[in-house]
Design a protein around this ligand. Structure first.
Ligand code: GDD
Ligand code: MN
Length: 374
């Protein structure tokens, strides 16, 4: 098949050298501002923009498409039924065919005038990743963050350095540029959850990436509001542990196990309450407590572990029923494995722990297929 372009086709537009990925969630007001800023900052560069919008209710995707209709350098990916900054960034980067890709917030907090300098360092071929940092000489966190966010950000930085031996001054930065082939290589190992895409890239690159940090001043948000919340912080801690364990377990499985562990406490409290307050006999109380624990586990997982696929309405009810079914089989798997091991090796805690791990792995695998299916 002949895939070469004829002259007129080729003249329609130069193939972009740089793709700027702009993840968006409820940023309609910022769309025209950021495009105007990029057009100005990237004059003389063959660029394209890929918006990755998670079906924002405020109509961000439509606003972006309206501009894209007049400017072929602008593309829009609208994701339905999925949420998450990191996943959106990965998807946008993978949709690029340019040799270099940048990720930048769409809310005007990042200084777009830095892009040409980031591009220059990469073109030169001596670095694989250029990071806009608020924490090197000349950079500043500015007025873009509250005092609490600043303290949290510093703590998270310290933790990342200690656990993952990351040497970046600002591993939380959401503003960076890298070679697209690096993205292609690392993509299978990147977590779709949370905000910390840069940290994930650097940790997954295991010190092989040549990195240059460039200072910038974090600006204040123009329109709309921040989407970073406490759940994002939890995701971040999950990412650190997961990377620390060398990717053996996913962030999601860690979260699921954490919820499961909290379920044991819930179970014991509910058991005691049913015995004392409801005066059930032990078997009845045990069954009641099991249902209470399964139910709280279900809702916690729906809020935390699977918040990017969160079930609502009828699907929520359907999900709850399948979760009960999955967990019931999980109990059988747990007891079965524990007994089997105990018969051969009568050490109560080894048998008990093996049973619990078996139950957790089963519950996780089965519920990801049946309850929170994609
Ligand atoms: N597609 C998509 N999906 N985009 C999202 C989502 C999501 O679930 N959540 C946020 N975004 C987009 C926002 O619309 C914005 O363009 C960008 O991601 C950053 O989100 P903000 O909500 O503005 O984050 P922030 O300003 O609080 O956090 C920034 O600073 C942090 C460090 O202090 C970001 O740059 C973070 O990446 C950074 O770690
Ligand atoms: Mn922001």
């Amino acid at each position: 098949m002949d895939v070469s372009l004829n002259r007129t086709e080729a003249q329609l537009g130069a193939a972009p050298e740089l793709t700027v990925v702009l993840p968006t969630y409820n940023e309609r007001g910022n769309v025209p501002l950021v495009i105007a800023a990029l057009r100005k900052a990237l004059e003389g560069v063959a660029w394209e923009v890929i918006f990755v919008d998670d079906n924002s209710p405020d109509g961000t995707a439509a606003a972006a498409r309206a501009i894209a209709a007049e400017d072929p350098r602008i593309r829009v990916i609208r994701r339905v039924g999925r949420r998450g900054l990191s996943g959106a960034c990965v998807e946008g980067m993978l949709a690029s065919s340019a040799p270099f890709v940048a990720v930048m917030d769409a809310d005007m907090q990042h200084d777009e005038t830095l892009l040409p300098r980031m591009l220059a360092t990469l073109r030169y071929g001596e670095v694989d990743l250029a990071v806009a940092s608020r924490k090197v000489e000349g950079g500043d966190i500015g007025d873009g963050l509250s005092a609490i966010r600043k303290a949290g950000s510093n703590f998270a930085n310290a933790l990342a350095r200690k656990l993952l031996k990351v040497t970046l001054s600002d591993p939380m930065s959401g503003f960076f540029m890298l070679r697209r082939d690096v993205v292609d290589e690392l993509a299978p190992r990147l977590s779709a959850q949370g905000f910390k895409i840069l940290l994930d890239i650097v940790a997954s690159g295991e010190g092989r990436l040549r990195i240059r940090e460039l200072p910038f001043v974090f600006r204040e948000r123009q329109e709309g509001e921040s989407k970073l919340d406490t759940l994002v912080t939890l995701d971040y801690l999950g990412l650190l542990v997961s990377k620390y364990l060398g990717d053996m377990v996913s962030v999601r499985f860690l979260m699921f196990s954490l919820v499961g562990a909290s379920g044991v406490l819930v179970h014991l409290v509910a058991l005691r309450a049913s015995l004392l307050a409801l005066e059930l006999d032990f078997n009845q109380a045990q069954i009641a407590a099991t249902f209470v624990a399964m139910t709280t586990n279900f809702f916690l997982n729906n809020q935390l572990t699977y918040r990017d696929r969160r079930l609502t309405g009828f699907a929520l009810l359907r999900g709850l029923v399948t979760f009960y079914a999955v967990c019931s089989v999980g109990v059988l798997a747990n007891v079965g494995v524990a007994n089997l091991i105990y018969e051969n090796e009568p050490v109560w805690w080894i048998a008990g722990a093996a049973g619990a791990v078996m139950g957790a792995v089963w519950n996780y695998a089965a519920s990801s297929v049946l309850t929170w299916r994609k």
